[in-house]
Design a protein around this ligand. Structure first.
Ligand code: DAU
Length: 353
């Protein structure tokens, strides 16, 4: 399926997409990859600078909502991986229109083009565990669970998933949906919690921890995610959904403490700040369906975190310019008031209610 395939990757200049393209080109010497990316604030052309001269790789700047452009590319490929998405929950609370456009309409444009191109043998929709909504303690979402998205971001991804189901049922398009847990690793935009906290600590700036910091996320190293996607494209069943999680569930506050320890920075950098609206308390997925295909994660929580921290330590050139650009305004809007009224961590005092 992938060995000598012509592959369209959308959103390939983003965090997971760029890691996936590097993974593909390394693992499959005879594959060819076209990367369609709009180059939004969250993507970075430098993410793929190592393969720019590789004759197997081609970059096309453009929008997945552009039907004509998409049709032209779709005619040339066997497999599609759709990573292109607006992905940050906090930004979706400020403005959700761009999420609907890219995550719902953009997915629809890709699907509609793929169904008119019988050369497309697999369409992998890279989705998220957030579509299941928050999990009660001990529960883990199964693929057959009903969707209960609670943020505008999660609702837009659920809309994309629904489009995928419709195209499988109606046209028999060989679509597979994947729903992954929280990824960490190299080249993740610093708006997300782990890179924000790592780089803030390196700058001796406070770490804005939402609410009581006891929310739980299931941490997945991006390379483990890439291996899962590769396997699912090869061995997964069209029309099916596969959860991807490494069972690395951890509270945000424990994660913040662990990364400060790795960086040898004081816990006093932690600030408890006003919570995210509608903040999902806990995510966790049951990945037994994927594990039955032969996948197992190679990174536990600490090893994933250590590698991630090390990458940001070694690649200041990559993230320092982001702090000097438009991110500054976003940071001020998102954190200015919150940090001003934040409560510093007190080892004796526990967490605020
Ligand atoms: O679960 C998969 C999802 O994981 C992906 O679909 C999303 O695209 C990705 O952004 C991520 O969503 P989260 O909302 O879980 O990630 P984020 O890094 O924004 O937040 C992780 C946790 O940290 C969450 O409980 C909110 C908290 N947080 C986040 C930020 C940015 C803070 O306490 N402070 C912060 O400044």
């Amino acid at each position: 399926m992938l060995d000598d395939a012509r592959i369209l990757v959308t959103g390939g200049c983003g965090f997971i997409g760029s890691n996936f393209i590097l993974h593909l080109l390394e693992r499959y010497p005879d594959c060819r990859v076209v990367n369609l990316d709009k180059l939004t604030y969250a993507s970075n052309h430098a993410n793929l600078r190592d393969v720019e001269g590789d004759p197997r790789y081609r970059f096309v700047q453009g929008d997945i909502c552009d039907g004509e452009l998409v049709d032209g590319l779709m005619a040339e490929v066997d497999v599609v991986f759709n990573f292109a998405a607006e992905t940050h929950v906090d930004r979706s609370l400020m403005e959700a229109g761009s999420f609907i456009l890219t995550d719902v309409l953009g997915t629809h444009v890709l699907l509609d083009s793929a169904r008119r191109h019988p050369n497309v043998k697999r369409f992998v929709q890279v989705s998220t565990d957030e579509v299941y909504g928050e999990m009660s303690p001990g529960a883990r979402a199964k693929e057959s669970d009903p969707l209960h998205p609670r943020s505008p971001y999660a609702a837009s991804k659920a809309g994309g998933d629904a489009q995928c189901n419709a195209f499988f049922e109606t046209y028999g398009l060989p679509v597979i949906i994947t729903r992954a847990a929280n990824n960490i690793g190299p080249r993740q935009h610093i708006e997300k919690m782990v890179p924000l906290f790592v780089t803030s600590a390196m700058r001796d700036e406070p770490l804005p921890l939402y609410g009581d910091g006891r929310q739980v996320r299931d941490w997945l190293y991006v390379e483990d995610h890439c291996r899962a996607l590769e396997l699912i494209a090869r061995e997964g069943e069209p029309g099916e959904v596969y959860n991807i999680g490494a069972d690395n569930q951890e509270e945000n506050i424990r994660l913040a403490k662990a990364l400060l320890q790795l960086l040898e920075k004081p816990l006093s950098l932690i600030r408890f700040v006003e919570d995210r609206k509608g903040h999902d308390r806990r995510y966790a997925v049951d990945s037994s369906k994927l594990r039955a295909l032969g996948w197992a994660p190679q990174h536990d929580f600490l090893s994933a975190l250590e590698r991630t921290v090390q990458w940001y330590q070694e690649n200041r050139w990559w993230w320092e310019p982001i702090y000097a650009g438009p991110f500054r305004d976003y940071y001020q809007r998102q954190y200015g008031d919150r940090l001003a009224s934040g409560v510093p961590y007190d080892p004796e005092g526990g967490t605020p209610q």
